[in-house]
Design a binder for this molecule. Structure first.
Ligand code: ZN
Length: 65
């Protein structure tokens, strides 16, 4: 299972693990080799390498189209 996960800025990502605030939905704020995501629950932002983020994604909710 090595499908490339596609997402773009403004897409929402459902994560396998919930944020401490209890939300598992994050919005993509910046894409690149590092990806910045913002928690939809508390507004905190996280920056992760694309590789480690992809391992944490359960589902991408595309909103950018
Ligand atoms: Zn949060």
């Amino acid at each position: 299972m090595s499908d490339i996960i596609r997402f773009e800025v403004k897409d929402k990502i459902c994560m396998k693990k919930k944020h401490p605030c209890g939300t598992d939905i994050f919005t993509v704020a910046r894409c690149g080799s590092d990806v910045r995501i913002i928690c939809d629950g508390c507004g905190r932002d996280l920056t992760l390498s694309r590789e480690s983020l992809e391992k944490m994604i359960k589902k991408v909710i595309v909103t950018s189209k």
